[in-house]
Design a binder for this molecule. Structure first.
Ligand code: ACO
Length: 322
C-alpha cells in the first residue's frame, strides 16, 4: 500500500501588500471594522505582470527546491484554482510549460476555497492507485480580478497568492507513519447562490464579479467545517488530542476561532495567517502550511489537520502526518 508523503513546500505572494487603510480610498470602510469582523490587516494584490500561473510557478519552484527535486522528477501537477489565466488550457498545463516539463500530466481542480483539500485528496488517490509517484499540488489564485471594488462587503476580504506541496509515493513500510491518513469531502449545490460569481463563459460571456451573502456563509461555516474534521478523525481512528496543528482555510478569524472552540482545539495549535494574506481561496492552506513549516512550528512527524469551506458550498478536511 502506497502512502502520499509531503516532501516539499513553497509559497509565493505578489509584490504589493495593501493595508486596510489603503482600501479607504476605494470604499467606505475602516481598519477597525475589517480587523474586528475578520482579523484581516492586509492582503497582497497581483500587479499587471503577476497572474495565477506566474504565482503558481513560483510556489512550485520553491516547493521543488525545498524537496531537493527538479521538474523532471514530477509526473503529475494538480492546480486548485477558480481564477485561471485562461478559460483553457488549464493553469496546470501553463505551469507545466513554465517548468519546462513535456512529460507527465496536469489538470485543474475547481472547488473554490476548498480547492486545495480536493486537490490533495485527488493527488493522494493517484498515488495510492499507483498512477503517479511525485505530484505537485498547487493552490493559486488572483481573486482580486474577480472582485467588485465598489462593494465594501466583499472587496476587503480577499487577496492573491499561491502555495504548493510536493507529494511523494512511499511504501507504507518506508513511510515512517508519515503521509496522508484520511480525508473527508462534501458539497451541497443547494447553497450555490450564497457565494458565487455572477458571470461565466456559458452565461454572460464575461468573467463577472464575486457575490456573497456573508451572514449566510458565516452561519453554515463552523458546523460544516467541524463535521468534516470529525469525519476525518473517525476514518483515521485517531483521537483529536493527538493533533499537533490545525491549518484551516483562512477566510475569517472568527470562523477559525469558532471551529477550534467547538472541537476543543486550543488556539496555540491553530495556524492563522488571515491577518497577513486575507482570504486567498484555494491558496490559503498551502500558504499557511509554508508559513508554519518555514518558521519551524510544523515539524516532521507532526499530526496536521487541514480544513476548508467555500462556494458551492464545498467543504472538506485532510488529516496527515507531516
Ligand atoms: N466596512 C465597513 N462597514 C461594512 C463593511 C466594510 N467593509 N462591509 C459591510 N459593512 C457594514 C454593512 O453594510 C452593515 O451595515 P448596516 O448595519 O448599516 O447595514 C454592517 O457593516 C454589518 O454588516 P454585516 O454583513 O451584518 O456584518 P457581519 O458582522 O456579518 O460581517 C462578514 C460581515 C465579515 C462578511 C461576515 O458575515 C463573515 O465573515 N461572513 C463569512 C464570509 C466569508 O468569510 N466569506 C469568505 C468566502 S467563504 C469562505 O472562504 C469560507
Amino acid at each position: 500500500m502506497m502512502r502520499s508523503v509531503v516532501c516539499g513546500f513553497g509559497a509565493a505572494l505578489p509584490e504589493r501588500a495593501v493595508t486596510n487603510d489603503e482600501l479607504r480610498q476605494l470604499v467606505d470602510t475602516t481598519d477597525s471594522w475589517i480587523q474586528q469582523r475578520t482579523g484581516i490587516r492586509q492582503r497582497y494584490i497581483a500587479g499587471p505582470e503577476e497572474t495565477t500561473a506566474s504565482l503558481g510557478e513560483k510556489a512550485a519552484r520553491a516547493a521543488l527546491d525545498n524537496a531537493g527535486l527538479a521538474p523532471a522528477d514530477i509526473d503529475l501537477i494538480v492546480v486548485a484554482t477558480s481564477t485561471p489565466d485562461n478559460t483553457f488550457p488549464a493553469t496546470a498545463v501553463n505551469i507545466q510549460n513554465r517548468l519546462g516539463m513535456e512529460h507527465g500530466f496536469a489538470f485543474d481542480m475547481q472547488a473554490v476555497c476548498s480547492g486545495f483539500v480536493y486537490a490533495l485528496t485527488t493527488a493522494d488517490n493517484f498515488i495510492r492507485a499507483g498512477r503517479a509517484r511525485r505530484v505537485l499540488v498547487i493552490g493559486a489564485e488572483t481573486f482580486s480580478r474577480l472582485l467588485d471594488w465598489t462593494d465594501r462587503t466583499t472587496c476587503v476580504l480577499f487577496g492573491d497568492g499561491a502555495g504548493a506541496l510536493v507529494l511523494e509515493a512511499k511504501e507504507e513500510s518506508e513511510a515512517e507513519n508519515r503521509g496522508i491518513i484520511a480525508a473527508s469531502l462534501r458539497s451541497d449545490g443547494s447553497h450555490c447562490q450564497k457565494l458565487y460569481v455572477d458571470g461565466g463563459v456559458s452565461t454572460t460571456g464575461d468573467i463577472g464579479h464575486l457575490r456573497m451573502e456573508g451572514r449566510e456563509v458565516f452561519k453554515h461555516a463552523v458546523g460544516m467545517i467541524t463535521d468534516v474534521i470529525e469525519s476525518a478523525f473517525a476514518e483515521a481512528k485517531i483521537d483529536i488530542d493527538q493533533l499537533d496543528w490545525l491549518v484551516p482555510h483562512q477566510a475569517n478569524r472568527r470562523i477559525i476561532e469558532g471551529s477550534a472552540k467547538k472541537l476543543g482545539i486550543p488556539m496555540d495549535k491553530v495556524v492563522v495567517t488571515v491577518d497577513q494574506h486575507a482570504n486567498t481561496s484555494a491558496a490559503s492552506i498551502p500558504l499557511a502550511l509554508a508559513t508554519a513549516a518555514g518558521d519551524g512550528r510544523i515539524k516532521r512527524g507532526d499530526m496536521v489537520m487541514l480544513e476548508a469551506m467555500g462556494g458551492g458550498f464545498t467543504w472538506g478536511a485532510v488529516l496527515l502526518r507531516w
